[in-house]
Design a protein around this ligand. Sequence first.
Ligand code: ACO
Length: 329
Amino acid sequence: MKRPIAYLSGTGRSLPETVLHNADFAAMGLETSDAWIVERSGIRTRRIAKKGESTTSMGAEAARRAMEKAGVAPGEVDAIILSTATPDRLLPATAVEIQAVLGATRAVAFDIAAACSGWVFGLALAESMLIAGQAETLLVIASEKLSSIVDWTDRSTCVLFGDAAGAAVVQRSKQHRGILSSFMRSDGTLADLLQRPHGGAKTPMSEQVLRDRSHFIRMNGREVFRHSVRSMAEATDRALDGARLTGRDIDLFIPHQANIRIIEATAKHANIPLEKVFINVDRYGNTSSATIPVALDEAIESGRVHEGSTVLFVAFGAGFTWGSMVVRF
Ligand code: ACO
């Protein structure tokens, strides 16, 4: 097992207060039901940002909490890596807006776009920056306001997503604690299966795009499901192999929270019993790259992750992208 270099010294989360229940969709005129949504996805409620709540405000709040727990002041942060699929503005990066809110004046700040895998990719990048000597104290944030990009008239997607942010402070490891292994992969030939077709540089926003609602998320749910089960299994194996561990060595498994059936299939593949799997998809739905840091922060707060715990993260998202990591706390 390699000597860990990067350690997660503090975590934080931010969740909007507004709760949207499955039953609320009927009132919005959608032909769906609590029973359908629970059976197919395991989701019961999700949080929705209210007016004024943004990717920046949620991300900054999660980051502030992570910094408090790590005992890090804004002026000590060298780098801010933000994973988001919902930047507040297309230019500049939302990471610099978070930097300004935090007052982290000496940091370099930039966004990464890897959809739901972005936070795990961000941690791997933070580790590389530590190894390269480019930073000693980093913030890796995931902030997602998916309510702003789902089509609220499309029952096949809008019931699945929610808003949230999570963050971790990453610093140099002490006492053999930290990232033990990581794995990242993508396959652009599958990009069309989960996308926002128009409204970007290739086909900029127009009346036609607005009329077609093609600037919102479009997903081939069945195909995404199939690929995510396969890719999350691969990612699980690669992170465990990299750390020279098996599923039995994992104290807590924190998979991307998109669908309870995908979570259960991945845990079964890795031989990890469900008691060792952290699940909150029922409460928050799919919050893209924020699912894992939000779950991790809740797991630490509830005592399910403590000093000495070995934790496995596995993510999958649009692109497709997939990745994984084993971390010793
Ligand atoms: N309420 C009621 N019926 C619905 C709803 C709804 N909200 N949405 C779709 N249906 C209907 C469909 O129209 C379809 O009807 P039809 O058979 O008459 O055509 C029927 O239900 C079955 O639809 P499927 O899409 O086949 O249902 P499936 O069992 O595949 O479940 C789901 C759909 C939940 C989207 C599933 O495919 C899934 O979870 N896929 C993976 C999605 C995912 O995880 N995405 C995110 C991963 S990547 C990331 O996080 C960005």
